[in-house]
Design a protein around this ligand. Structure first.
Ligand code: C2E
Ligand code: MG
Ligand code: MG
Ligand code: MG
Length: 288
């Protein structure tokens, strides 16, 4: 499924701009220069609390504006960044960039936002993650509790000791840890007890047909129940319709992220969105 999605994204990004298809070899070469040529950008997608109607967070999503191929999706180049080790410097850059962005936003009055950054397994296991996060938070002057990392379940089931050590250090800094794509990977639920997890992001595969599919309904309700009992926050991913959002809200999941509200957008557009938000929100918000 991931592969199919990846191809769709390639088509979406490339055909849109009538660019040629990327060639892996030349991509690898270009990737080495992407950072210094300032071709890497972060887009942001709002996370919305549908009870209060407020934007409570932004997930940072990496985009590569390739001079020849146009905007490339992470699915096209993150594996390459991992193979080449470039995920480390680019990852450092993006953690700093996200922290600085959040600071700039709070000075502009976009308040009570958190920012979420995706961390790849290679980055997570590198010894520098904790130091990078620590420095980025200190030098940007944001509150550590406003910063979150997103990791996937698969990363937690290997080398429990190492994972515990890293997550404890991150907890000590005071940042939040979210489990991305929850329910999609191979996992043992035991880690929810072992590790300091703040948020579960319900994978969009369960959201897609939530109104019709009994199986998805049962699973999502069980995840929500479990999250509530364990005091873990829930975010539903990939919410594209008002009906999905209503179903989720009625089932007890109040925070959503998806195309219904907004695609990931550049920082300037995110600010505009935030400014006109109350107007937008009134269109769908329930009467409480
Ligand atoms: P993810 O972290 O699960 O991010 C959500 C992905 O779902 C994003 O794709 C987003 O554009 C897409 N999405 C959001 N709402 C909807 C919706 O309503 N419908 C549909 N169909 N899709 C939606 P994107 O930006 O292409 O990123 C794909 C994946 O690449 C991310 O999945 C994440 O695993 C990875 N990624 C993105 N940025 C980074 C990064 O900076 N570092 C690392 N290590 N991985 C990243
Ligand atoms: Mg994510
Ligand atoms: Mg996800
Ligand atoms: Mg996903």
């Amino acid at each position: 499924e991931a592969k199919r999605e990846g191809r769709n994204y390639i088509r979406y990004y490339c055909e849109d701009l009538s660019n040629p298809r990327p060639n892996q070899l030349s991509l690898e070469n270009d990737l080495y220069y992407a950072l210094e040529r300032k071709e890497m950008q972060l887009f942001y997608q709002p996370q919305v609390n549908v009870r209060t109607g407020k934007i409570i967070g932004a997930e940072a999503l990496l985009r590569w504006k390739h001079p020849k191929y146009g905007y490339l999706s992470p699915a096209d180049f993150i594996p390459l960044m991992e193979e080449t080790g470039l995920i480390i410097p680019i990852g450092e850059w993006l953690i700093r960039e996200a922290c600085n962005q959040l600071y700039a936003w709070s000075s502009k009055g976009l308040e009570e936002l958190s920012i979420s950054v995706n961390i790849s397994p290679v980055q997570f296991k590198s010894d520098i993650l904790v130091g990078t996060v620590n420095e980025a938070i200190a030098s940007s002057k944001i509150n550590p509790s406003q910063f979150k990392i997103e990791i996937t379940e698969n990363m937690l089931v290997h080398s429990i000791e190492e994972t515990t050590r890293i997550l404890d250090q991150l907890k000590h800094i005071g940042i939040g840890v979210s489990i991305d794509d929850f329910g999609k990977g191979y996992s043992s639920l035991n880690y929810l007890k072992k590790f300091p997890i703040q948020t579960i992001k319900i994978d969009r595969a369960f959201v897609k047909e939530i109104e019709q599919d009994h199986y998805d309904q049962v699973i999502v309700k069980a995840i929500i129940q479990m999250g509530k009992s364990l005091n873990i926050n829930l975010i539903a991913e990939g919410t594209e319709t008002k009906q999905q959002i209503e179903y989720l809200r009625n089932s007890g999941c109040e925070t959503v992220q998806g195309f219904y509200f907004s695609k990931p957008v550049p920082p300037k557009v995110f600010e505009e969105l935030y400014d006109t938000w109350n107007e937008l929100a009134s269109k769908w918000l329930y009467k409480n």
